[in-house]
Design a protein around this ligand. Structure first.
Ligand SMILES: C[S@@+](CC[C@H](N)C(=O)[O-])C[C@H]1O[C@@H](n2cnc3c(N)ncnc32)[C@H](O)[C@@H]1O
Length: 248
């Protein structure tokens, strides 16, 4: 397979920002705003006076929300590949944008209390490098909070609709390491996805030293939220996201 890491293409990244974090009401948009983000926020520790580094921060969209909700947090470093920050066209008081690959963070050891990586890791080949860097920059007892597209979502199968319910019918078990192109949406197009089974996430985190690794795979449990969009109804039974927290 050819090597292609879609996010380094500015056009792809820009589409992501406009389609998912913008105001265009796609399936991805609904899943992000009404399902992913509230759960991610529920996992964050108290942030008053804490220093935070976010990996793959995109257009500072989460950074802004987190700053709004936690006006007295300490420093907030928002890191991403350079191209995202170039067109972000935005600055946020108290947020320091830093162009950096998550595999190699330009930050001193033990500088942060919290590392956040929202929907980043499924696009990264060398996850261990990201975990090892996260561990290095965390202070003792610091926490890592991450989310990924659930590794099981790309097992082969189809969504089928029956009586207004949406079911996923799985036709093959492919819960192994694999690299493949996925259509992120018909607007964004294909990007390279590094499928890593749930167990491997846990193993890699433990290998670099993290403890108290916890996994969460929430479904859309609120019927009012499920009503908002078919994309949300798909995940009443089958989780779209995997969230992981771990402690140094
Ligand atoms: C799916 S977007 C998630 C953006 C944001 N965190 C959110 O939750 O909306 C993935 C982001 O990761 C960034 N990214 C991809 N590979 C990266 C890498 N190796 N190091 C740092 N950022 C990366 C992309 O530029 C993009 O902003």
């Amino acid at each position: 397979m050819r090597e292609r890491f879609g996010w380094e293409d500015t056009a792809i990244s820009k589409q992501y920002v406009e389609v998912i974090n913008g105001d265009i009401e796609t399936e991805n948009y609904y899943c992000k705003h009404f399902y992913h983000d509230p759960f991610l926020f529920s996992l964050l520790p108290a942030l008053d006076g804490k220093n935070v580094i976010e990996l793959g921060a995109g257009n500072l969209y989460l950074a802004k929300k987190i700053k709004e909700q936690n006006p007295s947090l300490g420093q907030y470093f928002a890191t991403d590949l350079a191209n995202m920050l170039v067109f972000a066209n935005t600055t946020e008081a108290g947020v320091t944008p830093v162009a950096a690959r998550a595999e190699e963070l330009p930050a001193a050891d033990k500088k942060f209390d919290v590392v956040i990586a929202s929907l980043l890791l499924q696009w990264i080949a060398d996850k261990k490098a990201v975990f090892s860097e996260s561990y290095r920059v965390l202070a003792q007892d610091g926490v890592l909070v991450l989310s990924v597209v659930h590794p099981d979502i790309y097992r082969s199968g189809n969504y089928v609709e029956r009586d207004e319910q949406v079911f996923f019918e799985q036709t093959a078990d492919t819960s192994v390491e694999r690299v493949f192109d996925v259509m992120l949406s018909d607007v964004i197009g294909p990007v390279t996805y590094f499928g890593t089974p749930v167990d491997s996430y846990v193993r890699l985190l433990s290998e670099v030293g993290f403890k108290e690794v916890e996994l969460f795979a929430p479904t859309v449990s609120n019927p009012e939220i499920a009503k908002l969009h078919l994309g949300l109804r798909k995940h009443v039974h089958r989780p779209l996201f995997l969230f992981i927290t771990a402690k140094k």
